[in-house]
Design a binder for this molecule. Structure first.
Ligand code: SAM
Length: 215
C-alpha cells in the first residue's frame, strides 16, 4: 500500500521525469523483474536534495542492480559513490550496469555484507543512503556514522514499511513483525539521540533524514 493516498501518489508521479531514457529503461526492467529499487517520488526527492547539499562522497548500503547509484552519479557531477551489495547475482548485474553507464571510475561497488565492508572504508563520507535489510538499520547506521565527516547526512529509506511501522494493522497476517519492531526501535533510537537531528518524511515508503552534529 502507498503511505499517502493513491490519488496524491499518482499526482506526484506525474511530476516524475527520468534523468535519461537509459535510466528509464533500467527502472522498467527492474520493476518488471521485481527487483526493489527506489520509488519514483523517492528518486525525485533525493536527486533534488543531493543537488542542494552537493555531497562529494556517498556511501550506499544496498545496491541491488545499481539503479540508485547510477541516478546519484548522473545527477551530481563529480560525486564518488561507494555501494555495497551482498547478493552475488545482483552484484554481477550491478557491475554490468555500472560499466554500461560508463561509471566504473565513480561508483566503487563492493560485494559482501555491509557489516563487514563498512569497517574497511575510510571515514570521509558526507552522505549515506541506507536501503538494505530493514531489520538491520540501527547497525548499519551506527557503522556508517563512524565513516562520516562531521555534519554529514544519513538518509534511511522505507522507514514507514508501508505504514506498518505506524500501526500493526497494516501488516496483514503479521508477517513482518520482526522488521516492524526493529524499525520502530531504530526510529526511537534516532529520535532519542540528542546529538542528531532527524526528520521523518512520508515520501515514497518513508524516509528518515538525519543530520549528524556539526560540532
Ligand atoms: N538502493 C537500490 C536502488 O534503489 O536501486 C535498491 C536496494 S534494494 C531495496 C536492497 C538491497 O540490499 C538488496 O539487493 C539486498 O540484497 C541488499 N542487502 C540486504 N542486506 C544487505 C547487507 N547486510 N549488506 C549488503 N547488502 C544487503
Amino acid at each position: 500500500m502507498n503511505i499517502t493516498n493513491d490519488i496524491v501518489t499518482e499526482y506526484i508521479h506525474n511530476f516524475y521525469k527520468p534523468l535519461s531514457n537509459e535510466l528509464d529503461d533500467l527502472r522498467e526492467q527492474s520493476e518488471n523483474n521485481n527487483i526493489p529499487i527506489i520509488l519514483k517520488e523517492t528518486e525525485n526527492f533525493l536527486v533534488n536534495f543531493l543537488k542542494i547539499i552537493k555531497p562529494k562522497k556517498i556511501l550506499e548500503i544496498g545496491t541491488a542492480v545499481g539503479y540508485s547509484s547510477i541516478v546519484f552519479a548522473t545527477a551530481i557531477p563529480g560525486v564518488k559513490i561507494t555501494t555495497i551489495e551482498k547478493d552475488e547475482d545482483l552484484y554481477t548485474l550491478a557491475r554490468y550496469n555500472i560499466e554500461r553507464f560508463a561509471l566504473t571510475g565513480r561508483i566503487n561497488l563492493f560485494s559482501g555484507d555491509a557489516d563487514d565492508i563498512i569497517k574497511t572504508l575510510n571515514a570521509d563520507y558526507d552522505f549515506v543512503f541506507i536501503d538494505a535489510s530493514k531489520s538491520h538499520y540501527r547497525d548499519f547506521f551506527k557503522a556508517a556514522e563512524k565513516k562520516c565527516l562531521t555534519g554529514a547526512v544519513i538518509v534511511s529509506d522505507n522507514v514507514l514499511l508501508k505504514a506498518s511501522t505506524v500501526d500493526d494493522s497494516f501488516d496483514k497476517g503479521r508477517r513482518h513483525r520482526t522488521n516492524i519492531k526493529r524499525m520502530r526501535e531504530f526510529l526511537n533510537y534516532l529520535n532519542e539521540r540528542e546529538d542528531l537531528s532527524t526528520a521523518l518524511l512520508s515520501c515514497g515508503d518513508g524516509l528518515a533524514i538525519t543530520k549528524l552534529n556539526d560540532e
